[in-house]
Design a protein around this ligand. Structure first.
Ligand code: ACO
Length: 329
């Protein structure tokens, strides 16, 4: 036994931009087809921010919604962790920008970068502060504007991504509910498979980095695909094992929404029927850190997850990284 408090998700908020970019729109921009994109990825359309809108703008809308739904005011927030791979800028952190826009004047704030896994990593980090009793209200935001780092002339990548944000408020909950298990992993040897090489200390932004398109997402799609299907199974099973539950006890799986074929392959390996798996990738594409909280929000709104249900969230991303959690809702 230990003295740690139980921690859970008190509320969820989400935001996706209004502007839709359909597969038919993409047909006019690059050599692709709606049929190719749908059959290879399950994506029909994605949302794209208007010019001038950045990651913190979306994150703060989702965060406000999560706080309102929990009945918690911004000045009651102790900590804001923002999972993002597309921060507004190098520094200050997007977390600090969100803190300011929210008016969460008593909150500490920072960003966490773990590719598309950043949101689940951020939940894991935020949960520790609630469990130890140091903090009562931890806001975890997942927000990305991948449209800004997408090469819109590269058909191998540009059909996959979209913009979006979500947020959850972590709070103490009764014992036996909330986060039952967490599992995080990384394999840096796979870093080359998915990266934005330019703009950092290795390839600082200059004329050459722009000419070489180093500020855009580079991806070995096939390799990432194989990694993703394998790791989604491994990570989901590990979190379930650590929770003391079985696969059958889980009512809803909320996987990272990157490609419906990855999700279906992982479900097959886990022997889970697809009606237990929440999928909305067709509407948004891969929104990176926005993916899981947007899915959580929609699953809850649609009555797919209810109080008392055991759910699994499981993500993978650049790094390579992966993370999973079993949550008693
Ligand atoms: N339209 C038409 N044809 C295309 C397109 C397109 N948009 N993109 C690629 N093709 C072509 C390729 O050029 C290739 O043609 P070729 O055989 O003449 O060379 C052919 O289609 C097949 O390409 P593959 O790469 O083998 O297609 P695959 O079935 O593997 O699907 C995909 C590609 C969708 C990218 C898949 O590999 C995938 O989803 N990978 C995982 C991506 C992912 O999840 N990334 C996000 C990670 S999370 C994060 O941290 C951001």
């Amino acid at each position: 036994m230990n003295n740690l408090r139980s921690v859970g998700i008190a509320s969820v908020g989400a935001y996706t931009p209004a502007k839709r970019l359909t597969n038919f729109d993409l047909e006019k921009m690059i050599d692709t087809s709606d049929e190719w994109i749908r059959t290879r990825t399950g994506i029909k359309e994605r949302r794209i921010v208007e010019n001038g809108v950045c990651t913190s703008d979306m994150g703060v809308i989702a965060a406000r919604m999560a706080l309102e739904r929990a009945g918690v005011s911004p000045d009651e927030v102790d900590l804001i962790i923002t999972g993002t791979a597309t921060p507004d800028m190098f520094f200050p952190s997007t977390g600090c920008i969100i803190q300011d826009k929210l008016g969460a004047s008593k909150a500490a704030a920072f960003d966490l970068e773990a590719g598309c896994t950043g949101f689940v990593y951020s939940i894991a980090v935020g949960a520790q502060f609630v469990q130890t009793g140091l903090y009562k209200n931890v806001l975890v935001v997942g927000s990305d504007t991948l449209s800004k780092v997408t090469d819109w002339t590269d058909r191998n990548t540009c059909v996959l991504f979209g913009d979006g944000a979500g947020a959850v408020l972590l709070k103490p909950v009764p014992e036996g509910t909330g986060i039952l298990s967490l599992y995080l992993g990384a394999d840096g040897s796979g870093g080359e498979l998915l990266k934005i090489p330019g703009g950092g200390s290795k390839h600082p932004a200059n004329k050459e980095s722009v000419e070489k398109k180093q500020h855009y997402i580079k991806m070995a799609g096939n390799e990432v695909f194989k990694f993703a299907t394998r790791i989604m199974e491994v990570a989901a099973l590990e979190a379930i094992k650590r929770s003391g539950l079985t696969v059958e006890d889980v009512s809803c799986f909320i996987p990272h929404q990157a490609n419906v074929r990855i999700i279906e392959a992982a479900a097959k390996r886990l022997r889970i029927p697809m009606d237990k798996v929440f999928v909305n990738v067709s509407n948004y594409g891969n929104t990176s850190n926005g993916s899981i909280p947007i899915a959580l929000f929609e699953a809850q709104e649609q009555g797919r997850i209810k109080k008392g249900d055991a759910i699994v969230i499981v993500a993978f991303g650049a790094g390579l990284t992966w993370a999973s959690s079993v949550i008693r809702w």
